[in-house]
Write a protein that binds this ligand. Sequence first.
Ligand code: SF4
Length: 368
Amino acid sequence: MTTTLLPTEQLINELQSFGVRLADSKVGAASRRGGAGPSDHKAVTINGRTVMVPIHTAASFESPYRSLAPDADGSSIIERDGVTVGRISFPNQPRFYALQTFDGIPYSKIAVLHSKDVLATTVLQTCIRYQSRTKTCQFCAIGQSLAAGRTIAHKSPEQLAEVARAAVLLDGVKHMVMTTGTPNATDRGAAVLCESAFAVKAAVDLPIQAQCEPPDSDRWFERMKASGIDTLGMHIEAVTPAIRERIMPGKASVPLERYMAAFEAAVPVFGWGQVSTYILAGLGDTREALLEMCSQLIARGVYPFVVPFVPISGTPMEDHPTPSPLFMHEVLYPLSRMLKAAGMSSGTAKAGCGKCGACSALSSYEKA
Ligand code: SF4
């Protein structure tokens, strides 16, 4: 068999765009289906970097990349058209998945492992924007895992604290991501994130990122910080107003101007580079629009975490294409230079998606 190994960041871009056909989809930690945010992924490790790669999407079933069966040390060859392009391995299933709470809920319905060392939970699995298909974000599957019984609607502070402690003790989890569906048009989830973080911090010393829409009052940022939240994510997802209105008709009612004002209020509270936003490349924003927005965000001290859009089965956007590896390269390479010039990086974030970095090749570009 011929071998032409691809550079790490290129292989990550290729696999995140095309997905991969696995010889054995049960190897490693369980894959993720449905839920809030990115999904239909599996964690794989490429040259020491753990990233999320689509394996359940329609595109991934047609991917030119396939992994061979794992060898004795658990790693698999990745090939394209008979040419070996790299090797991947798989983080183990976490031990905390075998446990259940005192009230009989499996820990995996409370929180899950993302990448190799991140504990992730959706505190409220319901959202005011998901109740109507005219308002819901077209890419979101927050209700799917709930309908399938893979999670529960509201994780209590006590349940989150119990699972977080076990995940640290048994699996060495290093930080936690708490996201939430939006419960109302006032605090937009900040209150439930505060009570959840307070309980987790009382149980275990674990850096926490909370993620929500900008609350109605900037005073929530001080409260969030005081409750133990270390970093904050407020996710704009798309940067062009017309695209936001088309793809996120409910969420776009909070305009970009409000996000910018909220970023300016939150950065002094959480610190330079400790507030981030998730941007999905591939929804229709041009390369120039993405980079212009990233430049504005970096100038405000916000880490722009740009990830390739991955369509989730069962959502209105399930057939929307992923961005090409070339498009991602043309965004992530200059973005990594902009971050470097500003002294901001994935590595300096205390917690959260920017620190984890598994949904994008961005942190690999930063290191390249
Ligand atoms: S970047 Fe965020 S959403 Fe992606 S795997 Fe890491 S913690 Fe999860």
